[in-house]
Design a protein around this ligand. Structure first.
Ligand SMILES: [Mg+2]
Ligand SMILES: [Zn+2]
Length: 227
């Protein structure tokens, strides 16, 4: 990283990069649909859930940084009554199984079931967790000791990028899911351009590893990481 404030080499422990001066470390936040799983509209049945074939390897690479990797997903279909929270959890279990098979895992899944016009009353609210709201990231930050301002946010919509801007993270816009369409037809409306553009989660993982000075070929952490 070129930020002079972070220009300090820190030896990597087996448990991952050492924490910064504030005792916190960065994390890598991933959107779910269109980022880890194929964007098919609402995943209202487990049969519609497909993990991108490269996603387990990409997550494994991201985890090799020693940083927490956390999924944050808007699932307003719950509030809208299209499907239940059980379906959301089933999809997360499917993703988890695919990652485990590849010898990796994410640290946590957070989802927002709310929508301002939800038909399910308990989910009808202007919540702070629905992206671009930041409550899911903030909740994870408390739990895992995360420095949000040094974190990454990876997603396929500008809404994801806006959450990233709001927490001061580095943002990676993908061309999978809604990404290419948003990039080609909507970016003139963007008030700010994402920090990185990547074809898919695998390319994003390579870019993030390069920035963190972690070797991509073996997935092994390089001798040092600049935090
Ligand atoms: Mg998405
Ligand atoms: Zn919410």
């Amino acid at each position: 990283m070129t930020d002079p404030q972070h220009n300090r080499e820190v030896a990597v422990q087996q448990s991952g990069p050492e924490k910064g001066a504030n005792g916190l470390r960065p994390a890598i936040f991933l959107d779910r649909d269109g980022t880890v799983t194929d964007e098919v509209g609402y995943i209202n049945h487990i049969s519609r859930a497909r993990i991108y074939p490269y996603a387990p390897e990409a997550v494994r690479m991201l985890k090799s940084t020693g940083l927490p990797v956390i999924v944050v997903t808007n699932q307003s279909g719950v509030g809208r009554g299209y499907f239940t929270e059980e379906i959301v959890l089933q999809v997360h279990r499917m993703v988890e199984d695919a990652l485990l098979t590849a010898g990796t895992s994410v640290d946590a899944f957070y989802y927002c079931p709310h929508h301002p016009s939800a038909v399910v009353e308990r989910f009808r609210q202007e919540c702070r967790c629905r992206k671009p709201g930041t409550a899911m990231a903030e909740e994870a930050a408390k739990r895992f000791g995360i420095d949000l301002s040094r974190s990454y946010v990876v997603g396929d919509t500008y809404r994801d990028m806006k959450m990233g801007f709001a927490i001061g993270a580095r943002t990676v816009m993908l061309m999978t899911g809604y990404g290419r369409g948003e990039y080609e037809y909507r970016r003139q409306e963007w008030s700010r351009i994402p920090d990185l553009i990547a074809e898919n989660l695998m390319e994003a993982a390579k870019l993030v590893l390069r920035e963190l000075n972690v070797s991509a070929d073996t997935g092994a952490v390089a001798q040092s990481i600049i935090l």
